[in-house]
Design a protein around this ligand. Structure first.
Ligand code: ADP
Length: 422
């Protein structure tokens, strides 16, 4: 494996995919690894590797240990620059994990300065004077105020970060950012002279993010949402390290096709309804699973004679009142786990019957399925719809996987996806 350019640690799975898509769009060949990789994991040649952790809500010492283990792997893979990816709403508490992880990564890399920028203008996350806005309201007035795990009640990132670290936190204000890379570098140099070791960066537009990316070309460690990474590929290109116009093609995958839907989000409901009209479909009943019926076995027996190039659909997707009734009977968590386990068992059964191309709907559902399939990493391809790329598993048998967060994709996503692989 050739040395990689950018090594990233992401604090959750869908956030890692978001970053991966950003880098692929900018022409970087990108691999996403699921969890801390084993030391001898072989990955195909890539410009960027992202280790997707599930560390956002863990106790800080655990998040730090996982992040350092991931960093260690990325350093051995030869990364020239490192990126710590977190959510564009800066999801964290006073105990962490953004500050403690950034401190630990800085120390491990021997660097005394890093930057923080969760801005993602496309999704209306902007930072002005260090205050994070979600749409047209402050973070603390958005729904993030009531987040069950990381309620964000203070919109000032300088203060939020200040409570998570003992290091001095400064701000690169918009007045400097809008003047471009030279002014940003000067503002950073001033902050360093004042003893700041962390700087929150203002950004309102994509142009700001490109300017910030250029200004941060020489930092060993950068932290942010996926937006802050937009300007980094151009730095590698300027240094002659990244080939221009590189076409990113996934390896060819042939085999039967299937869609597994475990999401009950509105977009997925519409996608299931549309696909049912033209394709074979099987509905999973959570109550039958709870009653002890072999629902996975029944679904696989139904699916086996129908497998082929035309995708089949297996779904647990239900309307809100249907889901509420099931949850009342079985409990929300228990119902979720039963359905996830069943869909994971079905996915394994389908793969053993020759399915190699699989679309999965649902974030948690996707997590359960890739872990049951023993997938350690994914090569990231082009997007099917915003936020949902085709991927190819690193492990054999090679699988083409499209892992869709519940509310993503157009109504015909399930069928159009298969025509877009590559
Ligand atoms: P999304 O991305 O839409 O949030 P997830 O897969 O993350 O989808 O979450 C959906 C959750 O709902 C999963 O835990 C899944 O097992 C559960 N679930 C799926 N179908 C049903 C159903 N019919 N009744 C109750 N829970 C369900």
């Amino acid at each position: 494996m050739k040395p990689i350019l950018l090594g990233s640690v992401a604090d959750d799975f869908t956030g890692a995919t978001d970053l991966a898509s950003t880098l692929v769009k900018a022409g970087m060949r990108t691999v996403q690894l699921l969890g801390v990789p084993r030391a001898d994991l072989q990955v195909p040649d890539a410009d960027a590797v992202i280790v997707a952790l599930k560390s956002r809500s863990n106790p800080a010492p655990e998040a730090v240990a996982m992040s350092l283990a991931a960093l260690d792997w990325l350093r051995r893979a030869g990364a020239r620059q490192f990126y710590f990816k977190y959510c564009s709403t800066f999801d964290s508490t006073d105990r962490g994990n953004i500050g403690p992880v950034a401190d630990a990564l800085s120390d491990a890399l021997g660097t005394d300065f890093t930057v923080f920028n969760p801005a993602f203008p496309t999704n209306k996350r902007t930072v002005y004077q260090g205050y994070l806005f979600v749409g047209d309201v402050l973070l603390s007035e958005s729904s993030m105020r009531q987040h069950p795990l990381t309620p964000m009640t203070d919109p000032s990132l300088v203060r939020v970060l200040g409570r998570q670290t003992t290091r001095k936190v400064g701000l690169v204000p918009y007045a400097a950012v809008r003047k471009g890379p030279a002014a940003i570098r000067e503002a950073i140099a001033n902050l360093r002279r004042e003893g700041c070791r962390h700087a929150v960066l203002d950004a309102i537009t994509d142009e700001d993010l490109f300017a910030l990316g250029e200004a941060c070309a020489d930092l060993a460690l950068i932290t942010g949402g996926s937006g802050m990474a937009m300007g980094l590929p151009a730095n590698f290109r300027r240094q002659g390290l990244l080939t221009e116009g590189q076409s990113i093609r996934l390896p060819e995958v042939t085999g039967h096709a299937a869609v597994l839907a475990g999401s009950c989000s509105a977009a997925t409901q519409g996608q299931v309804e549309l696909m049912k009209q033209t394709h074979d479909a099987w509905e999973i009943d959570p109550v039958a699973i709870a009653d002890g019926r072999d629902v996975a076995g029944e679904a696989l027996a139904w699916a086996t004679p129908r497998l082929g190039d035309k995708p089949i659909l297996i779904y647990s997707t239900g309307a809100p009142e249907q889901v509420a009734a099931v949850q009342e009977k079985l409990g929300r968590e228990h119902a979720g786990t039963l359905v996830e386990e069943t869909l994971a068992k079905i996915a394994k059964g389908l793969v053993s019957r020759g399915v190699r191309r699989l679309v999965v709907a649902g974030g948690e559902t996707s997590g359960a399925i890739v872990s049951a399939l023993g997938v350690e990493g994914l090569q990231i391809g082009a997007e099917i719809d915003p936020g949902v790329p085709w991927t190819a598993s690193l492990n054999e048998p090679r699988l083409a996987l499209a892992l869709k967060s519940g509310n993503f994709g157009t109504p015909d996503f399930f069928t159009k996806a298969f025509a877009k692989y590559g």
